[in-house]
Write a protein that binds this ligand. Sequence first.
Ligand code: BGC
Length: 261
Amino acid sequence: MYKDLEGSTAMITGASSGIGRAMALRFGREKMNVVINYRSGGQEVDSIIQEIEQSGGHAIGVYGDVTREEDVKNLVAAAHEHFGSLDVMVNNAGIENEVPSEDLTLEDWRKVLDVNLTGAFLGCREAIDYMLEHRIKGRIINVSSVHEMIPWPHFVHYAASKGGIKMMTETLALEFAPKGIRVNSLGPGAIDTPINAAKFSDPAAKASVEALIPLGYIGKPEEIAAAAAWLASSESSYVTGITLFADGGMTKYPAFQGGHG
Ligand code: BGC
């Protein structure tokens, strides 16, 4: 637990399930105020709020589509109205779908770039604007992926969006370091979340993913949430502009394990 997080306010986009949900619950255990943004999965939000309140934090749920400028402005306004601050912004909302690139429609390309990259940009912009206005030494955490680094056939739109997140994070980190605002990315590997549920329900597909993970297992959402809590806390005070990979070693060329090459 990080004492300095207690009483501070975080917003997490796409927090009704998966990694976003786990981060919301973790921040609740840190006794933070949590704005839970959701677009789908609204029926899950009440139970997340309840769990956060039980663990000593506070929470509200706010519907909003991260691709819509007004919705993102409204999210930041909600944090201010309910909790009087915004100290930590987590741009987590993301989507993916598998399509061979020669068949990828412009519509699908745009949809993924819109949610994963433009949505994260809007979240960064609105949060930073707020933090500057209120002189808050805030922290931004952009949820990226191992695929900001590892090429991913059939997911070119997804990989491109995450590559974009990497450069956006680094640029904003540089731009706002003089104001004390830290901007980092968090790069999960293969995690046990709804986005992967269909894939991991097939034992052969699951085993082929596990073979790409030096630590040997699919990560848990809580393991990503733990990395997010560290990035949000003052324990990472000298860290800005990085991607913290929480991936069981997936980005470390597992094919070379055993001395191949
Ligand atoms: C994707 C997962 C995938 C993992 C490793 C993540 O960014 O969301 O679907 O299993 O990368 O390839």
